[in-house]
Design a protein around this ligand. Structure first.
Ligand code: DX5
Ligand code: ZN
Length: 216
């Protein structure tokens, strides 16, 4: 089953209530991009916005941390009601396994994320531990970038390794440049959670876009 996780980064921040209500009706998951201006050259939004979204959201919140020292902040996001928290392998490396354990101990699903230039094999030792894997199909930091086609092979490789470990239930999520034109290929490669920012919010008909992505 494919789940669609629209990224709020592309929403209209003057009318977040309207956009979150739309996601409550049509999305499977709400994806929240947290950027610190250090791990990535951009700053998005922080706790007050997540807290406000959490207050009215009826869908699971998926917090994608693009920050250094993720271990310092996972507890606050968990307390705000995150159902999924992912952090970048590049931002944790030696303590990645510890951070996964920390997230899980808070009762939240833990995901590891890799940028397009990180070999997928780097995270293979973590696959027995994670609850999901997020493959970036653009470099983390900005919405509206173009999907990197090599990402399909990366999804296949991670999917195959998870299957080999008997972890068929662990989903692969993909993020960056996902839209109606490439969703079928992405799903065929083995991704089960599709993050889409621009494709959903810049479309004239977000409901239709979400449904089309889900059925790709
Ligand atoms: C990029 C973010 C993405 C972004 C996706 O760093 O992680 O979630 O919002 O935006 P689109 O779908 O426009 O590429
Ligand atoms: Zn994201």
């Amino acid at each position: 089953m494919t789940l669609v996780a629209p990224s709020l980064l592309a929403a209209d921040f003057l009318h977040l209530e309207k956009d979150v209500e739309m996601l409550n009706q049509y999305a499977d998951i709400i994806h929240l991009d947290i950027m610190d201006g250090v791990f990535v050259p951009n700053i998005s939004f922080g706790f007050p916005v997540v807290e406000a979204v959490a207050r009215m959201s009826r869908k699971p919140l998926d917090v994608h941390l693009m920050i250094v020292n993720p271990e310092k902040y996972v507890e606050r996001f968990a307390k705000l009601g995150a159902a999924y928290i992912s952090f970048h392998y590049e931002a944790a490396r030696e303590n990645a396994e510890e951070v996964i354990g920390q997230i899980q101990a808070l009762g939240v699903k833990a995901g590891i994320v890799i940028n397009p230039d990180c070999p997928v094999q780097a995270i293979f030792p973590l696959l027995p531990k994670v609850d999901f894997v997020l493959i970036m199909s653009v470099f983390a930091g900005f919405g509206g970038q173009k999907f990197i086609p090599e990402s399909l092979d990366r999804v296949r490789a991670v999917r195959a390794q998870l299957d080999k470990l008997g972890r068929r239930d662990i989903p692969v999520e993909i993020d960056g440049g996902v839209g109606i034109s490439n969703a079928a290929d992405i799903v065929r490669a083995g991704a089960e959670i599709l993050v889409a920012g621009s494709a959903v919010f810049k479309s004239g008909n977000p409901q239709h876009t979400i449904e089309t992505l889900r059925n790709a």
